[in-house]
Ligand binder design. Sequence first.
Ligand code: G3I
Length: 369
Amino acid sequence: MSLSRRTLLAACAGLPFATLDPASARSAGQDAGLGALAARSGRYFGAAVSSIDFAGDNAYARLLDTDCSVWVASWEMKWGALMPTLGGAIDFRAADVIVAAAARHGKRLRGHTLLWHEHLPAGAERLSTPADWQRFVAPHIATVAGRYRDAVFEWDVVNEAIEPYDGGADLMRRTPFYAMLGPDYVAEAFRLAAEAAPSARLYLNDDHVYYAEDWQEQRRTGLLRLLERLVKAGVPVHGLGMQGHLDTRRRFDEQVFRRFLQSLEDLGLTLAVTELDVTEAPDASGRSLDARRRRAAEEVRKVLAVALDSPALVGVVTWGLSDADSWLRKRGPDMFDNQGLPYDDALQPTPFRETLASLFASTRSRHAS
Ligand code: G3I
């Protein structure tokens, strides 16, 4: 199996990172870059990055520079990455690599994520009392949000708080955070984040909200209930991040999604399409790469054309730029050469990227009356 780009980069860590001059950027991408195109309608475009992406002068890092106005750490700012063992040492070095690279290249940073039930410090899964929250969780939020108060403009404060299959009437996920404070843990997390980073925009982030299937309708219901409670209680929640892990097998209904966006707008929230990528059906591998890539681009067009109609949508972030290192290829036995991001393994633009460029270039400004 070919070495992933990041594995190769690990071998050349520490080389200077050169930027691509605008002229060659234009010739490379035939446009000013997705970030510049998105800015025309008052929005941002960005991608998840990893600290290893900046390990030297490489074509991928240059694409991240020319195509993105926003970066988000794909794992480095998560509790378990910062603190592998609960109560143990906290190590900001990997996260700081991304913060420094963003400052060097004039990128804004989304923070992902202060509270998530995955990628936790070892031992955190046993936390269960209010005293545990005061001893471990509150300091974690204050320390991380405080450290990056001037570097991160938008935080995913709580990630994936909804899980109807956990059986609760509130449709919320039963996590250690829920065990410690009940459903009010979400409000407390936002209050702590606002205290530590008063200028940051604070988002709830969740997955599976785009498609017209009952289980996703339940998730949208759970999210709206939670957000209504937070807004009515005056909790400093500013937006919803809608993880954009699209899937060519799902059924999209434009009116269903428009109604959901309208309900969110009615709450006065801003919206972001976070983590955009496309999962192909496993049987797709029997079709031509070109046909597969066009199908993935069609899925993006269907959904994003509706999302970009909302003046509340402030940004779009893809979960990486190149298929070469997509998490979608690391899912164990069913992994295959998923074609689901703006650039292919050879860092060539795909129809996915063409679709983003065309949508950004043609959408009306979110500030238009
Ligand atoms: O290589 C690093 C190692 O140097 C480091 O010490 C260690 C710290 O935990 O992490 C190692 O690499 C792995 C990293 O991905 C880079 O590949 C981590 O072990 C691994 O946990 C991490 O997985 C990430 C996962 O979230 C958990 O944080 C994936 O990259 C990332 O794509 C995935 O992203 C999630 C979103 O946060 C939430 N939505 C779903 C999405 C996909 O699962």
